[in-house]
Design a protein around this ligand. Sequence first.
Ligand code: DX5
Ligand code: ZN
Length: 225
Amino acid sequence: MKIELAPSILSSNFAQLGHDAQQAIEGGGTVLHVDVMDGHFVPNITLGPPVVKSLRKVVQVPLDCHLMIENPDLLIPDFAAAGADWISVHQEACIHLDRTLHLISSHGCKPGVVINPATPVEMLTEVLDLVHHVLVMSVNPGFGGQKFIPNALNKIAALARMRVERKLEFRIEVDGGIDLTTAGDVVKAGAELLVAGNAVFGHGDIRTNAKQLLEAARAATFARA
Ligand code: DX5
Ligand code: ZN
């Protein structure tokens, strides 16, 4: 599996979003992670389809829209029309998760499912064959810059085992508290898509930060092999 970095624009300077996103891509980011929050499912508000539409015009990499919203079915068509490539929804927010994942596919996007730190991976057994990626939250969603919750490593490893046992191909993504000290651990556990906000945009040079993080993650690939 290819290790990829998905810089999370949540921690970028929104007044120069296009510029910051470009820098993160130049540093090695191959997917752009877009955190959508509605002030209900999580206690914060971020952005919606118009921002995705603007971003779509200035970057070529896949836009990975992580919906931290209630009733995502209502907005999935708008995010797809705005140019989202991947759309993930929280298991905890979807009463009819199977239907929601099919809705995402029907709009031409890759469907993903997300679980909060308190949600066991077993909640996903019936949908693993429907998803392009499973996103394991390693912080409680809502804010950037939080501390990594180590139990995420067990959940990533369990998903990696389930993927082998069931001969599936979903990708394993991890989100929250990924930095130079945790990147290697999540890769060794089995994650291959690393979301990082604060570690990329929070300080210093965006390109250098992204490059170093990706190097740390890819170095751990060898340890796993
Ligand atoms: C948190 C978001 C994350 C956030 C991660 O609710 O889903 O994508 O940007 O930020 P860091 O990498 O700073 O923990
Ligand atoms: Zn996210």
